[in-house]
Design a protein around this ligand. Sequence first.
Ligand SMILES: [Zn+2]
Length: 128
Amino acid sequence: MAKSPINKEKEKNQCIICRANKDGLPVKTDTVITTVRWFAKNVFKVKNMHRLVVCKDCYLEYKKARKRYIKRRNTYIILGALFAATLIIASSKSATGILYAVGAGALVIIGLYALSLLSYVPGLEKGS
Ligand SMILES: [Zn+2]
């Protein structure tokens, strides 16, 4: 295949593991990526954003990192849910108590989810 001139205008690829500008499997543009990109563009005024990929050399490492992330996120969600359930049970004597508990529980779950995002590893466009 001959190189087309379109390539010049294409966004540069960047591997999310080694940060090198290489070709690779495209990363799925999910809510987290969209949000981060929005902030980068509108708040931090980043221009020339890269297209996120996982290069061939990093694929195995990526798989491991993704697995670790999913595991951690699930643990956080379970912990959050348990904590919220405990709060609700503990305060079930009054209606307002339950309301406060549900609010506090939701905050805990959101907080833990945000915490899991510190080690965020996105999925790929094809497969997970
Ligand atoms: Zn790489």
